[in-house]
Design a binder for this molecule. Sequence first.
Ligand SMILES: C[S@@+](CC[C@H](N)C(=O)[O-])C[C@H]1O[C@@H](n2cnc3c(N)ncnc32)[C@H](O)[C@@H]1O
Length: 376
Amino acid sequence: MAKAPGSIRDSICGYLQLIGGEASLNEISRAVRARMGATSPSSVRSYLNINVGKTFERTSRGRYKLKTNSNDFGDANGHKLNLDPVATIGKAKLYHSDCFEWLAAEPASSIHACVTDPPYGLVEYSETEQQKLRTGKGGVWRIPPSFDGHQRAPLPRFTVLDDEDRIQLYAFFKRLGMLLNRVLVPGGNVVVASNPLLAHIVGSAMTEGGLELRGGIIRLVMTMRGGDRPKNAHKEFHDVSVMPRSMFEPWVILRRPVEGRVQDNLRRHKTGGFRRLSAERPFGDVIRSRPTPKLEREIAAHPSLKPQAFLRQIVRAALPLGEGTILDPFAGSGSTLAAANSIGYASVGIESDPKYIKVATKAIAKLSALREVDPV
Ligand SMILES: C[S@@+](CC[C@H](N)C(=O)[O-])C[C@H]1O[C@@H](n2cnc3c(N)ncnc32)[C@H](O)[C@@H]1O
């Protein structure tokens, strides 16, 4: 079918703008296909090649970026860039901003580690979906079934992601990877909360953004995903679960590549490894955990609140010498910052939703003051 004039150009430019940097012909063709249906890679390639010098730059063989504004990580969401913290709580600084913009404005090599729990449905933290969550009506949030009579918190439905959403997700994490790679010092760790359906996208997109994949952490926790029988055929297929009942949450580990040997990097930048639990015990990549306790949920009303018992372990380990600054670009209710405060680390958090900024401003001190954090 003939494409509308200019539609290939709009698709390519839209995708490259979203990425905020360069992409391969394959990636660009995939994005155009997801937006416009079947489109031959050769028409994408010829469009790119005809317009090299005018609209695009060829950065190396088969890789392109927008000629102008390609490094302009401008604010796609209409958020205002706010470079002054809205609150300083202990050693934590909280900024109300879009994190992509904030990261683009932050000096290079100024952060030592990033521990974060990003939005995955991309739409689930949009104003419309947050309104639906708050009124309990429709949208991508669902109340998971009750297995034991206890009321559950709503979860976003990652199953609603289609091809275009996955491409957007890839672009989102690639751009995040590129920006983190610039603000981190060499050897700086990045630990990102994920889920079994999307961890591969996070790992490959952030690697494409320049970071180095270093494995993962398994948070052993009973989640509400999977384990249910086929929809509307429960009785007929009584002995079948569509997906395994998920009992872990994967956290992807990446880092900015080290400069020279690890020992040199440690001396120079204080990064390039993980802090041991003790002289005998290295930090391990399987951590027993539990759903966030009620006490913490009462302090910090956020639908994706992570527990202090778990966060304190990964935040502590993320700075190998216990020195430097931890960043959480999707701070939510400030749980990562609270964990950093409780350990005595400096931290910086960015959050775009004013309602969660209010929650975080109050919650950080209370969460970090908790002594009993229910370790397993
Ligand atoms: C999964 S939640 C993190 C919750 C956090 N783990 C906690 O324990 O409170 C992701 C957060 O990122 C925020 N967010 C989404 N897009 C953002 C952006 N571009 N810049 C900054 N924050 C953003 C959302 O409002 C949401 O609060």
